[in-house]
Design a protein around this ligand. Structure first.
Ligand code: GUN
Length: 286
């Protein structure tokens, strides 16, 4: 691995260790509840990892696995029961939910003080207004990696590519909170490559494999690739491999620092979820 690589696995391991130390110092053991509906194989892998790391950091996890044909009302009832359970500090509803379920309605039911994914309207409002609250995990992971690489981010020009509710918009707000000058670029942005080339910190979060090329990147910029795309690769036994939104082979020699995919932002998302669970437990139970 070359010298400009941002090792998300290592930073995430350190953050999980900090979480484990904090858990030991608490009078109560925080509990994370995960709701998983249906049989999506990728979701099962994600949830297994979240539960494994929750337990490794000394916390409790409660798993609610519901069959794919569970009604929307029944999922809502599950969330309400977890809201009412005083032993549950954090609630995560794994997305995507099956097509017949309105995810927005389910998410809206989560008690904002247990919203460790930072997805409810109240959490989004708190972020927008600069009030304390639980912040979304992937955007928080991006900020931690940028600070780890650059130190103080004040005055840096941060360009986020993508305006999704889950990643693009909250990422822009979190970097604004760090006193960055923030641009949100998206599919309708004119001269996208030139806009990106103005970035000190470039954060593609689009879901288009290898979209960002070398000439989109200012020499020495910090590139944090949120994309996780599975593409075909006949040379692999599985026939596929994961790539980001950045053409890594092209971008790596130009960037001052760059996250790999996998092993960049991904591990940070889970570590930030664990951190949010501790923060929720502290806020709720003092
Ligand atoms: N599915 C894929 N990533 C995530 C995530 O960060 N949170 C939730 N709730 N579901 C997801």
């Amino acid at each position: 691995m070359s010298g400009n690589l941002i090792d998300g696995k290592q930073v995430a391991a350190r953050l999980r260790n900090d979480v484990a130390v904090a858990v030991k110092s608490l009078a109560v053991t925080p509990t994370l509840a995960v709701v998983l509906v249906g049989d999506d194989p990728a979701s099962h892998v994600y949830v297994r990892n979240k539960i494994k790391f929750t337990r490794e950091t000394g916390m409790n996890s409660v798993e609610q696995r519901l069959p794919a044909d569970t009604s929307e009302d029944a999922v809502v009832e599950t969330v309400r029961a977890l809201n009412a359970d005083p032993d549950v500090d954090g609630i995560l509803v794994q997305l995507p939910l099956p097509d017949h379920i309105n995810s927005n309605r389910v998410i809206a039911e989560i008690d904002p003080d247990k919203d460790v994914d930072g997805l409810t309207e109240v959490s989004a409002g708190r972020l927008l207004l600069g009030k304390s609250g639980l912040r979304p995990c992937t955007p928080t992971g991006c900020v931690i990696l940028a600070k780890e690489t650059l130190g103080d981010l004040t005055g840096k020009h941060c360009v986020v590519i993508g305006r999704s509710i889950l990643v693009g918009k909250p990422t822009a707000l979190l970097f604004l909170e760090q006193n960055c000058t923030v641009t949100i670029a998206h599919s309708r942005t004119e001269n996208l490559s030139i806009v990106c080339r103005g970035a000190d910190i470039l954060i593609p979060a689009v879901g288009r494999p290898n979209m960002v090329k070398a000439d989109w990147i200012k020499a020495g910029a910090c590139v944090i690739d949120v994309g996780i795309n599975r593409i075909e690769d006949a040379s692999r036994k599985s026939g596929t491999r994961l790539v980001g939104d950045v053409d890594f082979a092209e971008a790596e020699p130009v960037a001052g620092a760059i996250t790999p995919v996998p092993g960049g932002v991904g591990p940070m998302t889970i570590a930030c979820l664990l951190r949010n669970t501790v923060l929720a437990a502290c806020a709720r139970r003092g």
